[in-house]
Design a protein around this ligand. Structure first.
Ligand SMILES: Nc1ncnc2c1ncn2[C@@H]1O[C@H](COP(=O)(O)OP(=O)(O)OP(=O)(O)O)[C@@H](O)[C@H]1O
Length: 309
């Protein structure tokens, strides 16, 4: 759906986007995860044809993107970080206005506006003026504008910044639903929980460069991440520890008086075997706890910084 190939953009001496390449397949949600100033907005502005690249190429649905290219833009919906809606108009009026700009008319326009209001969860507030909405509702309307022409690729630039938790969840659910219908999504964020929840693949971007790319699990492996399983209980824990050390996937076992702590490769797939082995060795388990590394630790590993900085 989208091919970005060796993209570069400079502002004076600053290289804001530095040799960035990635691909997004139909139905895939791809995350650009990075802190403020990493180059996310500059990257998507070039993809959307709003900013000229200094080098590299962008192909959308097989067609090259350029500032004056009309055809690839038909396939693309952009939801900018800054709100682009009219506060004095209602949600319906905003959507009708932007729908007309995109060439929709008559029953097709009415139908699409009703559909979009459902997707963004604003059907019951459709007749209220946008200025009366909460921050989250305004953001959802902003997303609705990007959806009107049924794009196959939706680009969302940090859509949950500054919204309340309920609206945030509603935005994430909308993105999940759109992806479930087969839309390709490019999602930029500096919230790792959002990237983890939504994205099939994630690219970590910092100082204009893609530092790492993969599924959540691949990124965690890349950072040498291991999981921890803690088995709380009583019985002959040292004997159980001996047995557990021989199980595949178990890298290390530490025993103290009330718990065994295992360092493993993939806790969710190993936990049943680990519990069975400990129980067979006579441990009376009282609790089981899995801890997995997060993308925050991956970010630190590949950039040497925390995401919050
Ligand atoms: N028009 C411009 N002129 C000069 N520098 C710019 C311009 N646009 C962006 N930059 C710089 O390019 C770098 C990348 O900015 P960009 O907005 O792409 O980052 P970002 O990852 O989207 O961050 P944010 O989430 O804060 O928008 C920053 O250092 C920024 O100051």
């Amino acid at each position: 759906m989208l091919v970005v190939d060796h993209l570069v953009r400079r502002f004076g001496d600053l290289t804001a986007v530095d040799d960035v390449s990635f691909r997004i397949a139909p139905g895939e949600t791809y995350g650009l995860l990075g802190p403020n100033g990493a180059g996310k907005t500059t990257t998507i502005s070039m993809i959307a044809g709003l900013l000229k690249a200094d080098a590299g190429s962008i192909t959308i649905a097989g067609r090259p993107m350029a500032a004056d290219a009309v055809e690839p833009k038909r396939h693309l919906g952009l939801v900018p970080q800054d709100l682009a809606i009219y506060p004095e108009l209602t949600a319906t009026e905003n959507l009708r206005f932007f729908g007309k700009l995109q060439g929709l008319r008559g029953e097709a326009l009415d139908h699409r506006v009703r559909e979009v209001l459902e997707v963004i969860g604003l059907a019951d507030r459709a007749k209220d003026r946008a200025k009366e909405y909460s921050g989250g509702m305004k953001r959802r309307l902003n997303i609705g504008v990007g959806l009107l022409h049924q794009p196959e690729l939706l680009i969302l630039d940090e859509p949950t910044v500054g919204v309340d938790p309920q609206s945030r969840n509603s935005i994430l659910e909308s993105v999940e639903a759109l992806s479930g219908e087969g839309m390709a999504v490019l999602y930029t964020t500096h919230y790792m929980e959002e990237a983890e929840r939504l994205c099939d693949r994630i690219a970590i971007i910092d100082s204009g460069r893609l530092q790492a790319e993969g599924t959540r699990d691949e990124l965690i492996q890349l950072a040498g991440g291991t999981d921890t399983i803690r088995l709380g209980g009583a019985g002959d824990l040292p004997a159980a520890a001996e047995k557990l050390r021989t199980r595949p996937g178990v890298e290390r076992v530490d025993a103290d008086r009330s718990a065994l702590t295992l360092t493993v490769r993939d806790a969710p797939t190993l936990v049943a075997d680990v519990v069975a082995t400990a129980t067979e060795a006579g441990v009376r388990l009282s609790d089981v706890e899995i801890t997995r590394p997060t993308l925050e630790s991956v970010f630190l590993h590949v950039t040497g910084k925390t995401l919050r900085n």
